[in-house]
Structure formats: structure tokens, C-alpha cells
Design a binder for this molecule. Structure first.
Ligand SMILES: Cc1cc2nc3c(=O)[nH]c(=O)nc-3n(C[C@H](O)[C@H](O)[C@H](O)COP(=O)(O)OP(=O)(O)OC[C@H]3O[C@@H](n4cnc5c(N)ncnc54)[C@H](O)[C@@H]3O)c2cc1C
Length: 382
């Protein structure tokens, strides 16, 4: 079977890994000029963690996991407003959770990929044509690639989705926030932060500062913004938006690069992910948003499921089964992501105070069970 995967991110590389293992002919096209080191930290748990275990990369992932002792909530003056130990947070995820840089996960997936899978960097898809029993895919280098299956694993702003299913606006559901992230290299600040993950929250804004395994800090910023338009000057927007949230945040802002990661917080909701010999995977199909906090995990789970189905049946039947099995899982996570948004970056001060207290309960005896239930209820919108 010849499979062309558009996007060598978390979903694409995982799918490539499983399909190569089964002997498929795999080509990945990736828009980026080469491997990158994206600067945001992800909590990695759930179904994707299990897939990583089956791929034999868990030990390597643990080796790059941040060594966090405590998650601390701070108010807009930098004062402690709540917190919980990382052990309690880990216990809430059944002990199977990692805090890793997304770039590290991608790097480890890439290095474990069978060399027989080709990755063409600096390449994307410009046109897609159905042919009997397959698909012809025109690439940006002018070549035409014939495959039995094209998988769009090219993220939230998928070009495969646009070419096959129509404009992004039909499927992109904004959650009313913008987010940014970048790496901070400041040894003095890193020493002050120590092994704490700091979350500074005021109504409509939250700044997260996480120690990375490499001794740097990962800054993660989220603010309420109903608009679709992204700012022309990202750094100016970030520094003006987050100013006045305490000295620590100001020091993090001083390190903001000219062109940090910046995007809308959004989900992708589509009635179907497959048309003919083209299907979508990961964020391209069902982005759950950072509010749900399991996008990478789901991208890997979906990739594993798709490869399993492809090995067990003809392409059409496999795609139908993949979608039927994956869809309820994705819809459920999207629902909880929408519910979690109002607690992750609340509009109201009372909600921030309640959330901070609630998380603190996790450190009490039996607290992780109570807290886990309460958070699930709050996330569900109760
Ligand atoms: C700030 C932030 C925090 C997050 N926190 C978490 C978390 O805590 N836990 C978690 O599990 N998830 C988290 N996520 C979500 C997670 O990063 C995504 O859900 C996950 O990366 C999706 O994987 P993917 O492979 O589908 O897409 P991506 O990782 O986006 O990969 C898509 C790939 O396709 C490439 N591409 C894009 N367009 C094209 C094109 N036209 N042609 C060719 N290639 C293309 C991209 O360069 C990229 O390599 C977070 C996301 C953000 C933004």
C-alpha cells in the first residue's frame, strides 16, 4: 500500500511509524523547511501515552520530561493563590503523565521512524485528483505523487481539508481566546522558578511559566479575544496584553521573540473526515484545542487506530471503521474542552479563586479522587 501523509507532526509521524512497521510504502510531505523545536509544553497522558508505550518510546519520553515538583497558581501581583503537588496531578491521570515539549515528542517520533519512510521537507500539497483505486497528489515542487491513500495530518489549518472539504471557516469553531508560546533562556529566572510550574491568572488572561528539562523556561500565554484577526505585530500585542501581571510575567515578556507561536484557540468540527481515498487525522480532523489538553495524545491514538484498520481491511472499509470508532472519542474531548475553557482562563475573578482552591484540595487525603470528579463536572458545564 502506498500512503502519502501531508504533515510530519505528531499524527503524521505516528501514522508513518505504524504503517512502515506493517510494510507500507510511506512518504511524508512537510511544509516546514526542516525539523523544528517548537516552544510549548504539553501534558501528555491518556490514549496517546499507551500508544507511545507500544511504540517503545516511553523511556525516551520520560528522559525529556520536565522535572516539576509543584503546580502553583499566582495572582496578578505574583502572590500565591493556590496550588498542588505534581504527584497529586499525576495521580489524577492514573500516574501515567508526562510534561514534555511538543518539539521533543516530535523529535523522538521522527528518530524512531523507519528510515524507509521518506520525509520531504519544504513541500506541501497543491492539488488532489481522484483516480481509479487511488489519488494523484500534486506537490509544491511540481511533481505528482500517486498513492492508494492521502492522509491530511497537517494540523488545525490543514491544506488537505481546504482542498477536499472546502474553506476552513466552515469547520473552525473559535473558543474566544488567543494563545502564544515561546522559550525563555534566562538562567537567573529559571533558578527562581525552580521546579515549579507557575500559572499567573487574572480575569481573561493567564500566563504559564514551566521549567523544561533542558534548564530553560516555556512560556505559555492565553487571553480572551473573540476576534478572528491575528495581530500584525505579535510581540507588541503580547507585551501590551500581558503587562501588569506581576514582575515575573514582565520578565518573561522581556524575552518574547519577534515571531513567537501565536494562534486562535479553536476546534475543528466536521460532519465527516473522509472523501474517497483522502482522510484527515489529528488536529486537521478534530482539533480539540489546548483547553481539552489532549490533542497530541489523540493525534497518536487516531494514527494507531487508522493504521490498525488499514491493515485489517480494504482502504474504503478501513476509513469508514476508523472514523466510526474515533469520532465519539473526539466529540467527547471537544465537549470537555469547551467546558474546561471557562475554568482554565476564566472571565470572572470568583471563578479563578474557586478553581485555585479546588485544585488545592487534591493534596488532601483522598483529594485527587474528589478533585478529579469535581473538575470533570465543572468541565462538563455543571
Ligand atoms: C499552546 C498549546 C498547548 C497545547 N497543550 C497540549 C497539551 O497539554 N497536551 C496535548 O496533548 N496537546 C496539547 N496541545 C495540542 C497539540 O499540540 C496538538 O493537538 C497536536 O500537536 C496535534 O498534532 P497533529 O499532528 O494533528 O498536528 P500538528 O502537531 O500541528 O502537526 C501538523 C504538521 O503539519 C505541518 N503542516 C501544516 N500545514 C502543512 C501543509 N500545508 N503542508 C505540509 N505540512 C503542513 C506542520 O508544519 C506540522 O508539522 C497544545 C497546543 C497548543 C497550541
Amino acid at each position: 500500500m502506498r500512503v502519502l501523509i501531508c504533515g510530519a507532526g505528531i499524527a503524521g509521524l505516528t501514522l508513518g511509524w505504524w504503517l512502515r512497521r506493517a510494510g507500507a510504502e510511506v512518504t511524508l510531505v512537510e511544509r516546514a523547511a526542516g525539523p523544528r523545536d517548537d516552544g510549548y509544553m504539553i501534558d501528555f497522558f491518556g490514549a496517546g501515552y499507551d500508544v507511545a508505550e507500544r511504540m517503545g518510546i516511553l523511556a525516551e519520553l520520560h528522559g525529556v520530561s520536565a522535572d516539576i515538583a509543584e503546580i502553583v497558581y499566582l495572582d496578578g501581583h505574583g502572590r500565591r493563590a493556590g496550588g498542588l503537588s505534581y504527584d497529586s496531578a499525576r495521580a489524577m491521570a492514573g500516574g501515567r503523565v508526562l510534561s514534555i515539549m511538543r518539539g521533543e515528542l516530535e523529535r523522538i517520533l521522527r528518530s524512531s521512524l523507519d528510515p524507509g519512510a521518506e520525509i520531504r521537507y519544504g513541500t506541501s500539497v497543491t492539488a488532489i485528483r481522484d483516480v481509479p483505486g487511488g489519488v494523484d497528489v500534486e506537490l509544491t515542487d511540481g511533481s505528482v505523487h500517486r498513492a492508494d491513500l492521502l492522509v491530511g495530518a497537517d494540523g488545525l489549518h490543514s491544506v488537505v481539508r481546504r482542498l477536499v472539504f472546502g474553506p476552513e471557516e466552515r469547520y473552525l469553531r473559535l473558543l474566544g481566546y488567543h494563545t502564544a508560546s515561546y522559550l525563555v533562556r534566562d538562567a537567573e529566572l529559571a533558578e527562581e522558578v525552580g521546579r515549579r510550574a507557575l500559572l499567573v491568572g487574572v480575569p481573561d488572561r493567564q500566563a504559564g511559566i514551566y521549567p523544561t528539562r533542558g534548564g530553560d523556561l516555556a512560556a505559555w500565554l492565553v487571553h480572551a479575544s473573540p476576534g478572528t484577526a491575528l495581530p500584525a505585530d505579535t510581540r507588541a500585542e503580547i507585551t501590551s496584553r500581558y503587562r501588569g501581571m506581576g514582575g515575573l510575567v514582565d520578565r518573561v515578556l522581556a524575552h518574547c521573540p519577534e515571531d513567537p507561536y501565536y494562534d486562535q484557540v479553536a476546534q475543528i468540527r466536521m460532519p465527516g473526515w473522509t472523501r474517497g481515498r483522502v482522510t484527515l487525522l489529528g488536529d486537521a480532523a478534530h482539533a480539540v484545542s489546548l483547553m481539552a489538553g489532549q490533542g497530541s495524545s489523540m493525534a497518536m491514538a487516531g494514527a494507531h487506530l487508522l493504521s490498525t484498520e488499514l491493515l485489517g481491511a480494504g482502504v474504503e472499509a478501513a476509513l469508514e471503521r476508523y472514523e466510526r470508532r474515533m469520532r465519539p472519542f473526539a466529540l467527547g474531548k471537544q465537549r470537555s474542552g469547551r467546558g474546561a475553557a471557562r475554568w482554565m482562563v476564566p472571565h470572572q475573578a470568583w471563578r479563578i479563586a474557586l478553581r485555585n482552591r479546588l485544585f488545592g484540595l487534591a493534596d488532601l487525603p483522598g483529594g485527587t479522587a474528589v478533585m478529579g470528579r469535581a473538575f470533570r463536572r465543572l468541565s462538563a458545564g455543571v
